[in-house]
Design a protein around this ligand. Sequence first.
Ligand code: GLN
Length: 243
Amino acid sequence: MTITVCHLYPDLLNLYGDRGNVTAFVQRCRWRDIQVRVKEINLGDRVQFEDCDFLFLGGGSDREQGLMAEDMMNRLDSLRAAVENGLAVLAICGGYQLLGQYYRLPDGTKVPGLGLMSHYTEAGDGRLIGNVIVDAELNGLKTRLVGFENHGGRTFLNDLTPLGRVAYGGGNNGVDQTEGARYKNVFCSYLHGPLLPKNPLLTDLLITLALRKKGQNHYLAALDDTFEQLANRAMIDKLLEKK
Ligand code: GLN
């Protein structure tokens, strides 16, 4: 049994080390002797999302986002079917915006989203930049996610569930304290950093979901996360003390 990771547009969507999310996912599988392979999908490449167990989409500049939005439209039916069937997805920043209804650029142009989820994004006044702490509940466990945001878009969730609530930083829009979004097994966030190496609980949840798709319903072997937890804790202490 081999888990297939699809990394969409690794050359276009790779801001602030987003690729590190794939590295962390793969490494935490290997440490547990779970076989995993990565397929990189670039503009125009063929892909069957049904064959994929974990899909990763990173963030990009407005220009890159326009390019891949067009390419993604051609893949929409296959992606929608896979998402509705429980595909585990992590989408960061520009990738997150793309899964929603639209992203309105600063000049008013509307980049249509894939419409897989009900959020929408409008360019705001200035950018939300800096470190972020998010209180989230993952698999019944309360956790504090840490990461780094840099976005001009302000995202509003409509009826979607947020990934968590902002304890420090801007989050989806700098106003309503929400950060990211969840739908089925899709996790969206503005947090670069990259997110998964800094937050192993989320990485393990995504691995569990990918295994479940393969019909493997077992608990993951525990790993020694001392360093990850210390790094997470150090960031929380630093930011919340500064407040
Ligand atoms: N271009 C988008 C924005 O600025 C996304 C940026 C990103 O992915 N960091 O809102």
